[in-house]
Design a protein. Structure first.
Length: 241
């Protein structure tokens, strides 16, 4: 099972160490840090408390796109309601999907900065929202606590307490595959006049949600790219990489 934990813009290094400890408690070791404010840091090492090996192997990248380039399925943690709806999963459901998709490919759970959480741009790269149910009026969880809840459910999946989805014949499209498709789609829609080039964001976000719900696999993305290329052959050359 290949499931990575991705932390975006973490501001307190102690939280990174606490996340590493939470992961090691539950048998996870793949930690990716997107532009952390401070890392490496003595507070991270102190809070890891025996999980220094997870910190030592942690990858630091500049962008969420870099962190998710090889991922076939991504869940983003969020406690806030959104203008455009995303498929929403509770921790046990989310762990089941992550475990299943992590068998045939790479899956990731993404957690945002402590104060602000993930942005809509971050969530554009996710297939679903992970929401941890809390009491009304006090939904904010410490970052490491939120990660611990999900890691516990993933551990239960490993132990057989829950059924993962069936294995796929063809892996889901990776983050890189999807981003190339979205760029290609936006260019074709702009050329056709359907998309306003001065204000593409809202429509493209809705289209991203549509395709995230569909969960296209690699073959299906290739078919969609072929359709776009047939409608605008020049676009295929521009978006082939």
């Amino acid at each position: 099972m290949r499931v990575k934990i991705v932390l975006v813009g973490t501001t307190h290094p102690g939280n990174i160490g606490a996340v590493a400890r939470a992961m090691k408690n539950m048998g996870l070791s793949d930690l990716v840090l997107v532009a952390p404010r401070y890392f490496p840091h003595v507070d991270a090492t102190a809070r890891a408390s025996g999980a220094e090996d997870v910190l030592d192997r942690a990858r630091v990248v500049e962008s969420l796109a870099d962190a998710l380039a090889d991922c076939n399925y991504v869940a983003g943690a969020s406690a806030r309601s959104r203008t455009i709806g995303w498929p929403t999963l509770l921790p046990r459901e989310c762990a089941g999907r992550l475990a299943a998709e992590g068998e045939g490919g790479v899956a990731a759970a993404v957690f945002g900065p402590e104060k602000s959480g993930l942005t809509n741009d971050d969530l554009d790269r996710c297939h679903a929202l992970l929401t941890i149910p809390t009491v009304p009026g006090f939904s904010s969880l410490n970052l490491a606590m939120a990660v611990q809840v999900l890691c516990y459910e993933l551990r239960m999946m490993q132990l057989g307490d829950g059924e993962a989805a069936a294995m796929r014949d063809t892996p889901l499209a990776t983050g890189d595959d999807l981003e190339r498709f979205y760029r290609h789609l936006e260019q074709v829609l702009t050329t056709s006049g359907f998309l306003d080039p001065d204000n593409p964001r809202q429509l493209m976000r809705r289209l991203r949600r549509l395709f995230a719900r569909a969960e296209p696999d690699q073959n299906e993305i290739n078919i969609l790219r072929g359709i776009l290329a047939s409608l605008d052959p020049a676009s295929e050359r521009e978006h082939s990489s």
